[in-house]
Design a protein around this ligand. Structure first.
Ligand code: NAD
Length: 500
């Protein structure tokens, strides 16, 4: 049952010394604490390999909070709830000690046996940890036991099934919170509201009125020091299988009969089931892969992917992927969903562009100008907002048209400080709301779709590199749309870039 208040709970973070915990989890917990959204009764146990003490962890948590919030009130009180245990994830003895500590904290803070196990460490340990939690008795309490799992959930469908089996031996599906942090983003959560709370959009949200939908998620950075991980993943597994397909599901799903996790997830599952399956010989017609070569950004020389640290100099890994998805159902038959994501592109940005079909005839056509299409742009990051592109009359003694924008920028709303995705997701998990986490059925269908493409690509050497660092990807990605008569937005100076 979803609770309105957060209940008392013990949060165990496996990987407490890591990057994710430091950059995201501690500041998010602190925000919840300051907003009064963490129950008075809470404790956090940080678990990792290093031989730290409670004091060292508390200083680390304090530093992490202070790096983003300068006047962190009550920080001493907040960090006093943190405890540390040096731990070897494969050793039962470590779990037995952890159980003793957890039981003591249960008593001390009256936590009612409620436990959240947050696995913020390398995925190869997820299954082992889940099994030990059960075997060594950490789940033997009367309260709830929830498992929060970071991405990637498996490497392909087979490994995901294997991992799912391991964790389902211990936790029921309802208690597994698979993180896709895009689902915690304000504007991703807004997709549903824009669609289902506005009478002007829902009647148009189908193949009679929409010509195509584009989702671009571009990064300016390269792989940085994560080359080792990225070599085993690439853009398809790192971004497409999870974040991009989740956004497609939210854009394309039917209105759920009510806003419960079960109903929303089941509508998303139907979309993923309706994705047109692509056979090997068709992949080139639907998907394009890319890898960045050397390039330049504002006079700064950028390395090519193959020159990056821990990357095979002959690597076949895609750092860019573009795809055309078809959803074969009544609502979407014939409407392409174009998706692209990549590293070392020209800007850091995630945007969704819904392009409506043209009016049946253009009364305002003259030889120089065509009517611009109506677009609905959902700005996911770094800007958060919505822009509706319309045509209006140019001022003056003319009947020429000009494109105009109606804008909503989330951060312009007075006093609104959009919470970090992780803050919202942690809050949801504490209250038992799994809506914005991925259900196993969604994971399985996404891998099933992606495996066909990755298996085909892995067995076929690509002509890489094929786009310079600091560009919008290979030319073939543009051609993917051009052959359907479309282009990636923005086209030739048509400004869709901000929502101000
Ligand atoms: P990291 O390498 O920075 O941290 C790993 C943590 O695991 C450290 O605390 C380390 O001590 C601990 N650890 C490793 N081996 C251990 C062992 N044998 N026993 C006990 N502890 C051990 O990793 P990270 O960047 O924090 O990522 C953690 C997880 O979160 C990964 O699954 C990653 O894919 C996912 N993730 C990270 C980010 C991010 O921004 N860092 C974003 C999305 C997802």
């Amino acid at each position: 049952m979803i609770q309105s208040e957060t209940p008392a709970s013990l949060i165990m973070i496996f990987g407490a010394t890591g990057d994710l915990a430091k950059r995201k989890l501690y500041p998010s917990l602190y925000h919840l604490f300051r907003k009064g959204k963490l129950a008075e009764h809470f404790a956090v146990v940080g678990v990792a390999r290093r031989p730290w003490t409670n004091e060292v962890l508390r200083e680390h948590v304090k530093d992490s909070v202070l790096s983003s919030i300068h006047d962190a009130e009550d920080i001493e009180k907040f960090i006093s709830h943190f405890y540390y245990q040096s731990h070897d994830v494969t050793d039962s003895q470590s779990y037995i000690q952890l159980k003793d500590l957890a039981n003591q904290l249960d008593q001390k803070y009256s936590l009612e046996g409620n436990r959240i196990f947050y696995l913020a460490m390398a995925p190869e340990f997820f299954g082992t940890i889940a099994e030990h939690l059960k075997i060594d008795g950490l789940t033997d309490t009367d309260g709830f036991h929830r498992l929060v799992i970071e991405k990637p959930f498996g490497h392909d469908l087979d490994s995901a099934i294997q991992l799912n089996k391991q964790i389902r031996n211990v936790f029921s599906e309802n208690d597994i919170y698979r993180i896709d942090h895009y689902l915690g983003k304000e504007m991703v959560q807004n997709i549903e509201v824009i669609r289902f709370a506005n009478a002007i959009f829902e009647p148009q949200w189908n193949n009679r009125f929409i010509s195509n939908i584009q989702i671009t998620s571009s990064e300016m950075l390269g792989v940085e020091e994560r080359g080792g991980y990225y070599e085993t993943s690439g853009a398809l597994r790192d971004m497409f299988q999870n974040h991009m397909l989740q956004m497609v599901a939210l854009l394309a799903m039917e209105p759920p009969i009510r806003l419960t996790p079960k109903e929303i997830r089941s509508e998303k599952v139907k979309v993923l089931s309706a994705l047109r399956s692509i056979e090997n010989e068709e992949i080139k017609d639907y998907f394009v892969r890319g890898q960045y070569g050397p390039g330049e950004d504002n006079g700064q020389q950028l390395l090519g992917y193959r020159e990056e640290m821990n990357v095979n100099p002959d690597s076949n890994t895609a750092t860019f992927v573009a795809g055309k998805l078809m959803i074969d159902n009544f609502r979407w038959a014939g409407v392409p969903f174009y998706i692209r994501t990549g590293k070392r592109m020209t800007e850091k940005s995630t945007k969704i562009i819904i392009q409506f079909k043209d009016v049946p005839m253009n009364l305002y056509y003259n030889s120089e100008k065509k009517l611009a299409p109506n677009l609905l742009v959902i700005h996911i990051q770094p800007e958060e907002g919505i822009t509706l592109h319309l045509n209006a009359k140019q001022s003056g003694q003319t009947m020429e048209t000009t494109p105009v924008k109606l804008n909503f920028a989330n951060n312009d709303v007075a006093g609104l400080n959009t919470p970090e995705a992780y803050e919202k997701l942690l809050f949801d998990c504490l209250r038992g709301d799994a809506t914005n986490f991925t259900h196993w059925d969604e994971v399985a269908l996404s891998w099933n779709f992606v495996d066909k493409i990755s298996n085909f690509w892995e067995n076929k050497k690509a002509e890489f590199p094929n786009y310079p660092a600091g560009s919008m990807g290979p030319e073939a990605a543009d051609q993917l749309l051009e052959k359907d008569g479309f282009s990636w937005w923005p086209v030739s100076n048509y400004d869709i870039d901000d929502c101000k």
